[in-house]
Each structure stands twice: as C-alpha cells, then as structure tokens.
Design a protein around this ligand. Structure first.
Ligand code: 6GU
Length: 239
C-alpha cells in the first residue's frame, strides 16, 4: 500500500514513522508512506496556505490552490487523480467517526491520500473535487489533523498482510466481535500481594475459556454497553 499524507507540519510525523510496527512495515515494504508539505505547493514569499472565509466567521481556512497543486503533482497521469477512484481522506471533526470497520475497509485499498485539516477547515471545493471520506477520530477537538492521520495510518498499517504476525488478525477478530478484551496476566503469579485469578493457573482449558468469555462480556457491559447493542444488531438475521 502507498499512503500520501498532505500536511502543514511534516515534521510531526518523524518520530511516528521511525518507530515500532509502522517503521517495520515500511522497512519490509508492506507500506510506503510519503509526507508532503503543503507549503511546498505555494508560490508566494510567505508560503501562504490559509485565508479568511468569505462571508465572515471566525478563523482561517486552508486555501484550495496548494492542495490542488499537490494532488496534480502526485498524480500527473490521472488528472483529478483522487476523484472517485483513489481514496482521499480528509481528517476533520466534522467527519464520520473512524472505527475498526473503516480501518479494515481502507486497508484493502492500494493507495490512500490523507489530508490533515487545520484552522477552521478547508475550502469546500477541495472536498467536492477530491475527498471521498471525511473522517473524525472521536468527539473532541484537536488543533490539527496530524495526530488523527497517525491514528488512521497506524490502525490501517497493522492490518496489512505482513505488517505483523498472525496474532494481529486474531486480535482484530476479537474486536470486530464487538467485545472488549478480558483481563490478562503474566508472571509472577503473585506480585506485591496481588494474585492472578486461580482459574488461569488451573490448567483446565474449558474453565479458562469460559472465564475469559464471562470477563469479556462483563467488562463490555460495564464500559461499553453500546458495543453489546452493535453485537446484537450484527447477529440479527437479514431479510
Ligand atoms: Cl480528524 N481533526 C481535528 N482537528 N480534531 C479532531 C479530529 C480530527 N477527530 C477528532 N477530533
């Protein structure tokens, strides 16, 4: 997969891309990530990427020109490159909430373009022309789309074949089952007076499996009852 990130703050991605699973996936050529500085597509002395909204209102907007020029440079053979065909994600608190299902859907694409929002937003013509998905990572406000781009990139990359061991896909299945994970313990069996639940040391695999299921259900009910509703829905037969 190839991921293009369009941003005003390319440096924000340095440490993200040079660590852990994403770094390894890049080294293994499972994914190629290129970060493009929108200011490189301006022509004025100040490298201006923002301007005031027509009709008034607070704050500044991302100007269309640098974004258009960036897309035209990235995809010279396919004018209006992104449009319809390539997935073009605009990160904004106005977007649809990102979740594991969306991560899986995006992980099946060959190429993604991710535009990091800033200021009060972007000129609407950019959205009309290029954007296929407006995505938010949650109900809170960030100062810019960069952390959200890292969240989306991380969630997508770990689903790519070869990004990590087989365990990963299992992990996904457990979440897509809409249950939270049961509590887990490693050695020592007693640590500073706290004991691991005895059933886990019992060697009784049936009892262990049943304990895990109960714990996962209990935890989900307590913390994320919304997931249990989703689970019921996804189980309901279709007509
Ligand atoms: Cl994608 N951008 C910003 N600025 N804030 C957010 C967000 C995105 N998702 C949640 N909050």
């Amino acid at each position: 997969m190839k991921i293009h990130i369009l941003t005003l703050f390319p440096g924000a991605f340095d440490s993200f891309l040079s660590h852990s699973i994403v770094k390894r996936a890049i080294e293994k050529r499972v994914v190629e990530v290129s970060v493009h500085n929108l200011r490189d597509f301006t022509h004025d002395r100040h490298r201006t990427c923002d301007d005031r909204p027509f009709g008034g209102g607070p704050g500044m907007l991302l100007k269309p020109e640098p974004i258009y020029e960036a897309v035209e440079k990235l995809f010279p053979q396919t004018p209006r490159a992104a449009r319809g065909k390539k997935r073009f994600i605009y990160l904004t608190p106005q977007g649809k909430r990102f979740d594991q299902k969306k991560a899986l859907e995006l992980s099946r694409e060959k190429e993604l373009v991710i535009l990091c929002g800033h200021y009060e937003g972007v000129d609407e013509r950019v959205i009309e022309e290029f954007v296929t998905d407006e995505v938010s990572i949650g109900d809170y406000v960030l100062t810019g789309g960069e952390p959200a781009a890292m969240v989306v990139t991380d969630a997508v990359v770990r689903l790519l074949k070869g990004a990590l061991g087989n365990d990963a896909s299992k992990e996904f299945e457990s979440f897509s089952g809409n249950l939270l994970e049961y509590p887990q313990y490693t050695r020592p069996a007693v640590f500073r007076g706290r004991k691991v639940p005895p059933v886990l040391l019992s060697g009784n695999h049936r009892a262990i499996e049943s304990w895990k299921k109960t714990q996962a259900a209990r935890r989900t009910k307590k913390r994320r009852p919304d997931l249990l509703k989703k689970k019921e829905k996804s189980r309901a037969p279709r007509d």
